[in-house]
Design a protein around this ligand. Structure first.
Ligand SMILES: [Zn+2]
Length: 391
């Protein structure tokens, strides 16, 4: 049976269409039609009542939500986290594994594969994102220093085998010894490489780009910038990310990790097509909890929630974001980004940046009918996955 969404403000890549009906058939968008009678036989009409209709949000960097962290590896972990974000419009996600011991990482990779068989999960799983453990000790941020290490070929090859090809993104520091072999391995297996928690200098980033690192993990968080060595200035990851036209960046647009001033700055000097918005959400995103933890349950780092963000208990640093996708759009609007551009940064840009060949992220004929209806406060009213209303 067909469904038709009428009366929505349809968000396209470059504009908002007020007089367009969206026809859905067999889980896909069949056509966009000028608003009118469009009385089709056997067609359910969804009256959007003037709400915005957006492609479903795509979060390529999140550690959990709804009380669960993807390192937990419990029966309900993926279900709880994905449902919490689905309620806020995230229809596709890349569950992100934190730096952890060899054993914890292996368990977490297996847990992802197990979750693929959990029929309760309604959001799309786009593949595993591993953030670490090959990161710079000087830029570990909220990652536990004991959990980070230098490139270990035996480990990453065996994690890949274990994942059965499901690792799709890997964040690492390209200044560490063994980076070019790691990059070669990732390129050979179509794993998107991201510069993460890196203290690299400018030239090392130029090299890393040539090796295949085409994305920078949460710019401004755990990314090196200008330093001085014996008086001489050395540029870092931050400057190189702007300098290299083809480098993609992602921003934690929760309004805390990045204030609107830095989001304005980034969108003025970087092509909009190269920017993705991410939540980098931790376990208590999508809950009312005021305390939680990050990382694996057997080696947790406690955090508290204050000012809309999770902080380490000594308040010296943020320990993760509690944002959901709708909040990223609100923050982007506060930074004077047009709504259709903000939506693009949370739909087609992340998919392109990760090199994922999927028909998602746009409202266009032939694309999957993963859709979100929200009001002018970006409060999500309904979510559709594969043509079915799930929220
Ligand atoms: Zn992260």
């Amino acid at each position: 049976m067909r469904r038709i969404i009428k009366g929505a403000r349809v968000i396209l890549s470059d504009r908002i269409e007020d007089n367009t009906d969206v026809l859905i058939k067999d889980g896909k968008i069949e056509a966009l039609m000028p608003h009118g009678e469009n009385a089709l036989p056997d067609c359910e009409v969804i009256d959007a009542k003037g709400l915005f209709l957006s492609p479903g949000f795509v979060d390529i960097h999140l550690h959990g939500g709804g009380g669960a962290d993807f390192m937990d590896c419990e029966q309900d972990t993926y279900f709880s986290a994905s449902e919490a974000h689905l309620a806020h419009g995230t229809t596709s996600l890349m569950p992100t594994l934190m730096s952890a011991s060899r054993e914890s990482l292996r368990r977490a990779v297996v847990a992802y594969n197990d979750a693929l068989g959990d029929r309760r999960i309604r959001a799309n799983m786009l593949g595993i994102h591993i953030e670490g453990p090959y990161l710079s000790p000087a830029q570990c941020g909220a990652m536990s220093p004991e959990a980070i290490r230098v490139f270990d070929e035996r480990e990453y090859k065996s994690l890949w085998e274990l994942s059965m090809g499901n690792i799709r993104r890997w964040g690492a520091a390209p200044e560490l010894a063994g980076a070019s072999e790691f990059a070669q391995f990732a390129n050979d297996h179509a794993i998107a490489l991201s510069i993460a928690h890196s203290n690299a200098d400018f030239d090392t980033v130029l090299n890393a780009y040539d090796m295949g690192f085409r994305h920078v993990t949460h710019l401004y968080s755990a990314t090196s910038t200008v330093t001085r060595k014996s008086g001489f200035r050395i540029a870092g990851v931050l400057e190189a990310a702007y300098y290299i036209d083809g480098m993609n960046i992602e921003l934690i647009a929760d309004g805390c990790h990045l204030p609107t001033s830095l989001i304005k700055f980034a969108t003025k000097f970087k092509s909009h097509d190269r920017i993705s918005l991410i939540t980098d959400a931790m376990s208590i995103a999508g809950t009312d909890a005021t305390e939680g933890y990050i990382g694996a349950k057997d080696s947790p780092t406690p955090v508290i929630v204050e000012d809309g963000v999770a902080k380490l208990t000594d308040r010296t640093a943020f320990g993760g974001s509690i944002a959901t996708a709708d909040r990223l759009i609100r923050t982007a609007l506060d930074a004077d980004i047009p709504l259709y551009t903000a939506v693009k940064m949370l739909t087609e840009n992340p998919l392109r940046s990760m090199g994922l060949i999927v028909k998602k992220g746009r409202i266009e004929a032939g694309y999957d009918a993963d859709l979100v209806l929200f009001d002018s406060d970006i409060s999500v009213k309904s979510v559709i996955v594969g043509g079915k209303t799930v929220i």
